[in-house]
Ligand binder design. Structure first.
Ligand SMILES: [Zn+2]
Length: 342
């Protein structure tokens, strides 16, 4: 049990359908070991969504029997794009379609409503921070890492001395939009993959579900026209089925995931020459796959992460587990770190 008088921080992970909440005490211990979810109602606009976050906070206090007076700060994470300070993009975003969201200061609004400091991170950065702390524990503040999390897009973040690198405009750690060498990754005649951000040949254009749907699968189906997936419509549905095929050793599916693993390895090679981190983490759907496929994928990433001998001796390339709670927990860790003044 925590000291009744000691303070806590609350982590709130704001998603498209749910808010997930957690509590972290001053000693760095989580008081919740599962998802504590409530509806986020983000589609109904910012005013309602802010109230839902207040309810999520109240709910997790109730569930854990924590007095509201003990809360010293709140960590909030949301999907991007948003500024480092939690202002949603003026063009909106996948999760924030109501026009009320355009350019909305989400962090500031929650802070004003709660009367408590609110520390903001995007969900990729929050997950990267949590992963870093799980891996390094008490040594987190002395280590650095880079996380690439493959989902609809390619998220993640860069952690230096236990803290998220945010950058001058809050756009650091946008790993998905780093250009990677395509020579030797693409097949002869394979079109240069395009990304939603407007770039071609960046990491996300290959290593994301969107990249599979838009770039890799259309190409590979043209090479395997008799494949069962060629008859699945729309192609987004086929893209989601692909992992199951890969687990069963399907040739086309393995070609696609091999290109993804190569792309992540090349991205890590760039990271090795930028921040030379202690650890490189791979997360996302692939982690939930069958062990033999997961290990093959990670091994392929390793093979294409070109580290110097000195780096190989000290760095690790590893999978991220348990991403369910990563957003809320990472958000809470960021709030704690702000208070401790690290
Ligand atoms: Zn991009």
């Amino acid at each position: 049990m925590a000291d009744a008088g000691s303070w806590v921080v609350v982590g709130l992970d704001n998603g498209g359908t749910s808010n997930n909440a957690t509590i972290l005490d001053a000693s760095g211990r989580f008081l919740v070991d599962r998802l504590v979810e409530t509806p986020s109602l983000v589609r109904e606009g910012p005013e309602i969504a802010v109230e839902q976050l207040v309810l999520a906070l109240q709910n997790v206090l109730d569930v854990t029997g924590t007095a509201a007076e003990r809360v010293r700060a709140v960590g909030l994470d949301t999907p991007g794009p948003a500024s480092a300070n939690g202002v949603i993009s003026s063009k909106g975003a996948t999760n924030f379609v109501d026009p009320g969201w355009y350019g909305y200061d989400f962090r500031g609004a929650l802070e004003a409503r709660l009367g408590l400091p609110v520390v903001y991170n995007n969900d990729g950065n929050a997950a990267a921070l949590y992963t870093h702390h799980v891996r390094f524990g008490d040594d987190a503040w002395d280590n650095s890492s880079v996380s690439a999390i493959v989902g609809t897009g390619l998220g993640g973040g860069v952690i230096e001395s236990g803290q998220v690198v945010k950058g001058a405009a809050g756009m650091a750690g946008e790993l998905g939009h780093v250009h990677i060498p395509m020579h030797g990754l693409l097949e002869e005649g394979q079109p240069l993959p395009a990304c939603n951000c407007g770039f071609s040949g960046d990491a996300e254009s290959v290593a994301s579900l969107t990249g599979i749907e838009r770039n890799l699968l259309p190409y590979w189906l043209s090479r395997y026209p008799d494949h069962e997936l060629a008859r699945v419509e729309p192609i987004g549905k086929a893209a989601k089925l692909l992992r199951g095929y890969a687990e069963n050793g399907d040739e086309l599916a393995l070609k696609v995931f091999e290109q993804q693993a190569k792309a992540i390895g090349r991205l890590f090679t760039i990271a090795a020459n930028f921040t030379d981190p202690d650890a490189y983490f791979v997360g996302g759907g692939v982690v939930e796959a069958a062990p033999h496929f997961r290990e093959w994928f990670l091994e392929t990433v390793r093979e294409h992460t070109l580290l110097r001998e000195e780096q190989q001796r000290v760095a690790t390339v590893a999978l991220v587990e348990d991403l369910d709670m990563a957003g809320a927990r990472g958000a809470a860790l960021a709030a704690l770190s702000e208070i401790v003044g690290r």
